[in-house]
Design a protein around this ligand. Structure first.
Ligand code: BGC
Length: 766
């Protein structure tokens, strides 16, 4: 058995080498770095090699790390450190590595720089709502400069997991439900962090969580995923592959079982797909403790077996479990894995360190950190990008934009002045509970900034939304669970909210979820507005004054009542440090909203998972009977994928294909005119969808195949063009188990969301 496995590994490397020569990924690392790494490797002992495969915790926390990693570093036993943000401590540890370890190999410091460092950008789901990849690229470029200045060389970003279920807490960290939009955002983040090539100003990325994590059963974080190969290939793996093609240097393996094999010990995933099919030549890092947890999953019999299974699956570096550190050398000495194989696993780590310039410049310049992190251009960029990320969901009777002459405003809701929440979760300083040095602008502060002292602004925050259990972010900040309000408390808050509304010309309700209600280990069964927010909202609408609902949240929520009764709804997500000013820019019309939903918005919690690119049933919903719809609510989204309003209006026309008939190996082009039919400038997002009518497999009712966000002046028309070639038409056929473009008839739609009606068709032939 052992021998069998060993020879399989040997064979793999022969195959892998030939893939490297012709592989799909150009190596993320330079030829010079490769040469230097090879020669350094020759001087390394087995223990030093294993040391490079170990990422140690920089935090000493019971259950995580018992002691500081000083001794291990001095012995050459640490390749990387994570969860250490104190620049003095980073330098101290780096001095040990560079001065005391035998070969003076610097440490690469890693952390989750998800949406900014000190200047916090909108959460990833928000940035995806911009439908403008340059938003991600600009944000992550600035974040990279900040992170690098603060000693972080490696970020555990981007999260490119497709999320089709809003109950899953980590939906906030990704780009939503669509593989094409997700790929564009993934590639933009790789470019933003790594730049044209890795160097002293760039940060190595880790594309995560490979793969299928977003398909967790019931949306419960960490739960098993069962995703057939065709769905993986056609949907879940697509943004990962795109990121690899863009030159991503790192991939993080996911926590959960994928089709019964934990992702961090999954040879098919980490070797067959990632390295053989895609030619990936970078570093596979486990998720935190995931190698050790192969035992917890019931997949490995103990630490040694876990190390063996993870390394032979193709996983280079063990994050924080010390399983490699404690077992790998033995596995090699026992002859179960060759040292040559270990060499292959070490090389990309050394290559990354050379390219990042760590051998020449290992230390942080402590004196300049604050100046870099507080750059004013970061603040200005944040406000601009937040404005581009917001989605206007409803605007009856032109409630928005608001008049700048408003004199009396009531601002209601627990998120109106919640400085920590407006930045969302996974913020560098927020996670470490030191409070934010970024000075976030809340919506209340933004409106005050805008209207000055002439206006009377009344705040009724209401109680903190209740939460039965704490979630991951609460453990970092020390927050406790929040009990529900008593009937008396509820009545008192409602009375205060109604009185404030009655005395105002307009009400701005700022509601949603607190930041810790989203993200890791923050799934939920219901999508309601938590706590008594819905009751407060219904009460203030009952007063009869115009109400604008500003949502701050990390997932779509059940707002079906609001969607019929609140005249204006603006989805701000968690808009970041300048969020309050950016919300105000949109509310008062200085920014015309152009964001679109990256997810299908449910009308009720029970309709999840919900996604637009599902297959047809034998009796589709539009037919009168025997339908797959629920009998109590529509299974159609409240707001479709791709939807979002503007203060102007757009018309799509002249949809043309360059060919009405083409061979399967040929290319086609769609063109469509977009006209701004309103009286002010605004951004439209043109979206192209296709449907293959028949073939070797049922294909989704619609699939996004191209999009572009364009600015149009009042009355202006632009003609936009999108390719429809192999890349857009191919799919992984479950029958042939290959990528195919098939002879068939295709529908094409163009418009402003996934229900677009402007239609054309074409045929592909053999
Ligand atoms: C998360 C990862 C994260 C890692 C390191 C894990 O719990 O799943 O997304 O990168 O911690 O912070």
């Amino acid at each position: 058995m052992m021998l069998k496995r060993y020879s399989a590994i040997a064979l793999f490397w022969i195959a892998f080498s030939s893939v490297i020569a012709t592989g799909a990924q150009t190596s993320p690392f330079s030829a010079e770095a490769k040469q230097k790494a090879e020669s350094l490797l020759k001087q390394m002992t087995l223990d030093e090699k294993v040391g490079q495969l170990n990422e140690s915790s920089g935090l000493v926390i019971p259950g995580l790390a018992k002691e500081k990693p000083d001794d291990l570093i001095a012995k050459g036993g640490v390749g990387s450190i994570l969860w250490q943000m104190d620049v003095k401590e980073i330098n101290r540890l780096q001095h040990i590595a560079v001065e005391k370890s035998r070969l003076h190999i610097p440490i690469i410091f890693g952390f989750d720089v998800i949406h900014g460092y000190r200047t916090v950008f909108p959460v990833p789901l928000a940035m995806a709502s911009s439908w403008d990849p340059s938003v991600e690229e600009q944000a992550q470029h600035l974040a990279a400069q900040d992170a690098r200045a603060a000693g972080i060389d490696w970020t555990f970003t981007p999260m490119v997991d497709i999320a089709r279920d809003a109950r899953w807490g980590r939906i906030v960290e990704g780009a939503g439900e669509d593989p094409v939009l997700g790929s564009a955002m993934a590639q933009a983040q790789v470019r933003g962090f790594q730049g044209p090539k890795l160097g002293q100003d760039s940060v190595l990325v880790t594309v995560k969580h490979f793969a299928g994590y977003g398909a967790a059963d019931g949306g419960r974080d960490y739960d098993s995923s069962y995703v057939p190969e065709e769905l993986l290939r056609n949907v879940y793996l697509v943004p990962f592959h795109a990121a690899v093609q863009a030159g991503a240097g790192g991939i993080m393996s996911a926590y959960m079982d994928l089709n019964d094999v934990p992702a961090s010990g999954n040879h098919w995933l980490l070797t067959d797909v990632l390295r053989k099919d895609w030619g990936f030549q970078g570093i596979v890092l486990s998720d935190a403790l995931a190698v050790g947890n192969l035992v917890t999953h019931g997949y490995a019999s103990g630490g040694e077996d876990a190390a063996y299974k993870a390394i032979t699956a193709g996983l280079n570096m063990d994050m924080a479990s010390l399983t490699y550190s404690q077992n790998l050398a033995k596995v090699v000495k026992d002859g179960r894995v060759s040292e040559a194989y270990i060499d292959q696993m070490v090389l990309p780590i050394l290559e990354a360190k050379f390219d990042l310039g760590l051998f020449d410049h290992p230390y942080v310049d402590e004196a300049s950190v604050d100046a870099v992190l507080n750059r004013p251009e970061g603040i200005a960029l944040e406000r601009k990008l937040a404005g581009r990320s917001m989605v206007l969901l409803r605007n009856e009777n032109r409630t928005l934009p608001l008049s700048k002459d408003l004199k009396k405003i009531a601002i209601i809701g627990p998120l109106a002045d919640a400085a920590h929440d407006i930045e969302g979760g996974w913020t560098v300083e927020g996670l470490f509970g030191k409070g934010s040095k970024s000075h976030p602008v809340t919506v209340l502060a933004g409106i005050r900034n805008r209207l000055g002292t002439d206006a009377q602004i009344t705040l009724v925050a209401g109680p903190q939304p209740s939460k039965v259990y704490t979630s991951m972010l609460d453990q970092f900040t020390g927050a406790k669970s929040t009990p529900p309000s008593t009937p008396q408390e509820t009545a008192e808050w409602i009375a205060k909210a109604k009185a404030a509304a009655a005395d105002a010309d307009l009400v701005v309700a700022v509601m949603g979820e607190t930041a810790s209600m989203s993200s890791e280990a923050s799934s939920r069964a219901s999508l309601d507005l938590p706590g008594i927010q819905e009751q407060m909202l219904e009460a203030i609408v009952g007063v009869g004054k115009p109400v604008v609902l500003v949502l701050e949240n990390g997932r779509p929520l059940d707002i079906h009542w609001a969607s019929e009764h609140v005249p204006a709804i603006l989805e701000a997500w968690y808009p970041g440090t300048q969020g309050g000013d950016a919300v105000t820019d949109v509310l008062f019309g200085d920014v015309n909203p152009g964001g679109k939903l990256p997810v299908s918005w449910p009308s009720a919690s029970g309709v999840e998972p919900l996604y637009y690119n599902h297959n047809l049933t034998h009796d589709p919903e539009d037919r009168p009977s025997f339908t797959s719809r629920y009998w109590d609510v529509s299974s159609k989204p409240l707001y479709p994928f791709g939807y979002g309003l503007s203060y102007t209006a757009f018309k799509f026309s002249n949809l043309h294909l360059s060919k009405n008939r083409m061979s399967v190996s040929d290319g086609n082009e769609v063109s469509v005119d977009v006209t701004n039919t309103g009286s002010i400038a605004g951004d439209a997002v043109a979206q192209i969808y296709i449907h293959q009518r028949y073939g070797s497999a049922s294909r989704p009712v619609r699939e996004l195949k191209g999009f572009e966000r364009v600015l149009l002046q009042a009355g202006e028309t632009k003609t936009l063009r999108f390719p429809l070639g192999t890349e857009q038409l191919h799919f992984w056929s479950p029958q042939s188990k290959t990528w195919v473009v098939e002879p068939s008839d295709f529908d094409v739609w163009a418009g402003g969301d996934s229900t677009a009606s402007l239609h054309a068709e074409f045929k592909t032939t053999q």
